[in-house]
Design a protein around this ligand. Structure first.
Ligand SMILES: Cc1cc2nc3c(=O)[nH]c(=O)nc-3n(C[C@H](O)[C@H](O)[C@H](O)COP(=O)(O)OP(=O)(O)OC[C@H]3O[C@@H](n4cnc5c(N)ncnc54)[C@H](O)[C@@H]3O)c2cc1C
Length: 487
């Protein structure tokens, strides 16, 4: 028996950047919506482990969903990030050629970008390039520059999209893996670890597991082909070596290995692109580092292995169809699949969210349900204060209002106790959740200094013993029982 408060118009499966962008858009409508995420927090899937580039759109083949969603999404970023208080910088993307054989290929991408609707692409000469990017290697001969490209904090975007959706009425249910889905004629019946739910429409945004979800209703029209990418983060000391994101000419299955200035002032090198059988194997390797470093040092001068502060791997949820899949299932008209969202999925997310709003509205209208607007919808999130941005009178005022701004918890990224507490109040339940929201633990010492302090604050605010706090939920307990007194 399903309790009435578990009956929804729309249920979204998956709280990555796609699921949260869909939730954010659908919250503009007067609908009863839930988002179910299997992990303890939003953005714990591929959304937390990628390059953070807002692509301009010249990489994707004209006529594909990847091309149209990428170009549209990219242009939506400045306003969306302003509304949602998400770090974003429009630094431009630059594809560089190092020999004359690469010049025709550079032109192919120029023409492809024009066909995709980019009007401001420019081919730059060697002199123009070196004026813009003096640390490019001397052998560079030409480049393709797209000014609309940028960089963003992908997990902060997804978390804030989710927070906005929640404030606008979407029920966000974490730690809630979808286990079973059944067709009950007028709705779908969903079973999670703890509950049953019904929905008129289920939107499958399960990333690496989207094919498994579709198969629950007999839809085997696509399969996910996981492709892993290792990334290497360098210290802020070298953050200013380049201004734009530097791309080589791409390979057949990836955009190649890049030098990326992150939105928070680091440099990032990567990613690799290795097809795998597993969907949960996130190790980084000595070979990955060597491959990336040997390649990227030929693009930009001054890259040193000693500046490496962290490494991670993410897995692209590519599909056997090649393009993004955004369609109602042919097997069950109540299932809407958003799958195969590999790169440029982060860039495309805002446009995919908008497209889904139209598709859902039209489908519910077909069923005779006229869907109105949410009268209390508010697209803007209140701005959060960050110690790293505060100076002079602003800092004094913040400390007067909350003296925990004067208590530095993370020295590398300058994060205060007030921000850690605010992150917990807005829903962080794990150490990684705090890290993604505040950057505490993301700096040069990688949490060596701040982790014990954060655990103490979490324990105090959440009323949970330190020995039960986890890094990312599940069994990732941080402090073994016997060592808890050390904290
Ligand atoms: C190395 C790398 C670099 C990349 N760089 C870029 C880039 O620079 N720019 C760009 O545009 N794109 C980039 N991408 C692609 C981008 O990261 C993805 O397209 C995007 O994050 C996909 O988001 P998603 O929401 O579909 O997937 P995810 O973030 O994986 O979200 C899916 C969610 O579904 C949840 N889920 C799964 N199964 C269930 C279930 N049964 N019940 C409930 N929840 C479930 C998961 O826990 C997860 O949170 C990159 C990808 C990789 C791997």
């Amino acid at each position: 028996m399903v309790a009435t408060d578990k009956n929804f118009d729309v249920i979204i499966i998956g709280g990555g950047v796609i699921g949260t962008a869909v939730a954010y858009n659908l919250s503009k409508l007067k609908l009863k919506i839930a988002l179910l995420e299997k992990e303890m927090e939003l953005a714990f899937g591929t959304t937390k482990a990628n390059s953070g580039i807002v692509h301009a759109g010249f990489h994707s083949k004209p006529g594909t969903l990847k091309a149209s969603m990428c170009v549209k999404g990219s242009l939506m970023y400045p306003k969306l990030c302003q509304d949602l208080d998400v770090p974003y910088k429009q630094n431009g993307v630059l594809m560089v050629a190092f020999n004359s054989e690469q010049l025709p290929e550079l032109n192919v991408f120029y023409n492809q970008g024009r066909l995709n609707g980019l009007t401001d692409l420019k081919i730059l000469t060697r002199d123009e390039l070196l004026k813009k990017e003096p640390n490019l290697q001397d052998e560079v001969i030409a480049g393709l520059f797209a000014p609309t490209g940028g960089v963003v904090s992908p997990f902060e975007l997804a978390i804030n999209l989710g927070e906005s959706a929640k404030l606008n009425g979407v029920e966000v249910v974490l730690d809630s893996p979808l286990l079973k889905m059944e067709d009950r004629k007028n709705h779908l019946l969903i079973t999670t670890k703890d509950n049953h739910y019904t929905a008129k429409i289920v939107i499958n945004c399960a990333g690496l597991y989207a094919d498994n979800i579709a198969r629950m209703l007999g839809d085997d029209s696509f399969s996910i082909i996981p492709r892993k990418g290792e990334e290497y983060l360098l210290d802020k000391r070298v953050g200013n070596l380049i201004n734009s994101t530097i791309f080589p000419l791409p390979t057949p299955n990836s955009k190649g290995m890049l030098v990326i200035p992150t939105v928070h002032g680091n440099l990032m090198l990567g990613p690799t692109a290795i097809e795998m059988d597993k969907r949960d194997e996130f190790t980084t390797t000595a070979l990955g580092l060597k491959t990336i470093y040997d390649f990227t040092k030929n693009l930009v001068k001054g890259l040193e292995k000693r500046d490496l502060i962290a490494s991670f791997a993410g897995i692209r949820a590519a599909s056997d169809r090649g393009d993004f899949i955004i369609e109602f299932s042919k097997t069950n008209p109540r299932l809407l699949n958003i799958a195969g969202i590999e790169s440029p999925g982060l860039t495309a997310a805002p446009a995919i969210g908008e497209k889904i709003l139209e598709m859902v509205k039209a489908r519910l209208n077909d069923e005779g349900m006229s869907v109105g607007l949410n009268p209390s919808y508010n697209p803007v999130l209140p701005k959060k204060l960050h110690l790293r941005d505060l100076k002079g009178p602003e800092l004094e005022k913040a400390i007067q209002q909350d003296n925990r701004f004067a208590h530095v918890i993370c020295r590398c990224e300058l994060v205060s106790e007030a921000e850690i507490v605010a992150a917990i109040k807005s829903g962080a339940r794990t150490l990684d959740g705090i890290k993604l929201r505040t950057r505490a633990g993301m700096g040069r010492c990688q949490g060596g200094f701040c982790t014990p302090k954060i655990l103490k604050i979490m324990s105090r605010e959440l009323g949970i013993p330190v020995s039960e706090l986890t890094k990312r939920g599940g069994d990732s307990v941080l402090v073994p029982y016997t060592a808890k007194e050390l904290i």
